[in-house]
Structure formats: C-alpha cells, structure tokens
Ligand binder design. Structure first.
Ligand SMILES: [Fe+2]
Length: 145
C-alpha cells in the first residue's frame, strides 16, 4: 500500500476534527451537556494537536525547503491564533453551560475553520506534497505529536 501523502494525512485529520465538532455541537443544541462537554474537549484537543503538528513540524519544513517564510504559512499561523481565541471563549461557554453563547461562537468557529481548512487543502498541502521529498518521515513525526 502506498503511504499517504501529506495532503491526504492532514485532510483526514481535518475530517476527524469536523466530525467531533459536529457531534459536540449537536449534543449541546439538544441540551445534552453530559455528552456535549466531553466531545467538545476532545475536539478542542484534536484541533490543538493539528495546529501544533503544522506549526512545529510541517510549516517549518515547508519554510526551510522553499524559503517562503512570510507567505501562506504566516497567514495560517495568524488564523490559528484567531481560532485558538474562539476555542478559549467557547471553553468558557461550555463550562458555564451557556448554550446560546456556545452555539453562536461555535458557528463563527465553524465558518473560520472551513475557510482555513479549504485554503490548506487546496493550496498549502498540495504545495507541501510538491516541495517536500521526505513526506512520509514528516507524517511519522506528526503522528507522534
Ligand atoms: Fe492550519
């Protein structure tokens, strides 16, 4: 079996995150905090893992290989910060079981996340597949993160 490309591996993790997010949101929309809160935490920790994989492994590899330091990866890092601050607001809404606030902020996060993931999947990840010859080593390192 062919090892996955960076694109496939990263897009697969986006999908896992999206599913956890949808389950958390659905449970909380149903007032099911008992299932919704742990799902939300699971989502938040997978999302953070995803950001860390990019910021500490994938982006630096891409930057050193291509010399593109202030370009797309810088934009992606800024968007990660925006999403982190939304996540921390949603954490508060989750601990105080403020459904209205939770759903309003999670809607914003979902839109931000969709746009961000689309840019990565359509532009940045294919660029990493093209420019990084040691894709499977990079995937192995990201798996350990
Ligand atoms: Fe990202």
């Amino acid at each position: 079996m062919q090892p996955p490309t960076i694109s496939a591996f990263m897009a697969g993790h986006h999908k896992e995150c999206d599913e956890l997010f949808a389950q958390a949101e659905e449970a909380i929309a149903d007032n099911n905090w008992a299932d919704g809160v742990p799902k939300w935490s699971q989502f938040a920790s997978e999302l953070e893992k995803h950001f860390t994989r990019e910021e500490s492994i994938l982006f630096p590899e891409f930057e050193s290989q291509t010399g593109m330091v202030g370009g797309p990866t810088q934009m992606m890092r800024m968007e990660h910060e925006q999403m982190r601050s939304l996540v921390s607001e949603i954490n508060k809404a989750s601990s105080s079981q403020d459904k209205e606030q939770f759903l309003a902020l999670s809607e914003t996060l979902m839109i931000t996340m969709q746009q961000h993931n689309m840019k990565e999947e359509q532009i940045l990840y294919p660029m990493t597949d093209q420019s990084l010859p040691n894709g499977s080593d990079i995937i192995d390192r990201m798996r350990q993160e």
